[in-house]
Design a protein around this ligand. Sequence first.
Ligand code: ZN
Length: 349
Amino acid sequence: MEALVLEKKLDLSLRDFPIERQEEKLGPRDVRIKLHTVGICGSDVHYYTHGKIGPFVVNAPMILGHEASGTIIETGSEVTTLKEGDRVCMEPGIPDPNSKATRLGMYNVDPAVRFWATPPVHGILRPTCVHPEAFTFKLPDSVSFAEAAMVEPLAVGVHAVTKARIKPGDIAIVLGAGPIGLVTALSALAGGCARVYVSDLAKKKLDIAEGLNRAITGVQAGNDDIVERVKRDTDGWGADVLFEATGSPKAAARVFEPLAPGGCVVMIGGQPEPISYDAGAAMIREARVENIFRYAHVFPRCVAMLSSGAIDVRPLITRKFEFKDSVHAFEIAASAPPADVKMQIELPQ
Ligand SMILES: [Zn+2]
């Protein structure tokens, strides 16, 4: 089938690609999905520009894409919750159902998890795929394919906010106004925050952030100091929760400075190298630190919030491309245009 293939670092092609038969075999509890919309993720772009992310190295041609929605075209003999014609979104990581991590409920940290477009597992920038029923979620009519393809990044924000254990009226800080920072800000508000400060170097990204909700305040790093700003606005107390979504060691080193006593820091941004942070500053606040890896158990919640309007991700979708222009789409995404948040690719139907 025709697929967007990362041949090697900086070499993409849209070409016929022989998917192993095993991968396309429909098991009794699987569904076959015709893909509709696929979002371009920072990780897809990173594999394209660097050929690896941490220990995951692209050693053989790999199909990109993991943020997806589509339509069921075939169901396995034991599938009960989905039928042909259902519109769905898919959770891209498939754990071993019998692993210890899965049995303990933290299937996202199962070392055996197979995650789309993480070598050597293929992604879904292709016409169809086979996926387990258990990781495929039906969409209500009120959620579009484009919104549904945003569930995957949104799930990261919702998982982060769940770990933070936000209370109504909390003050939050999000470091980084990329797609993950912005879905985290939206999730924090949906979780009950009174105000979310979003910090980034790029003014355009902060304008987008502030446009999402009047309870979001942009703070331009380099121009304005997030610590001073939040302390000033909270009578010196600080923020209840801080989400680190930049992946920058420099930002991570200062996470406790604007944090209130008893506050929580959630590390979201990937750190490829060991980093240092001020453990003393954490101690005098009795700060709680949470780390997240992708997400678990939140896809249905994300769909429900998109459906009810509790979260609106539509302003984050800034550009769409046709599948035939996928290579071009990735070239643009790799140039990181400051006014773009999420770019998506639509497959022919
Ligand atoms: Zn993603």
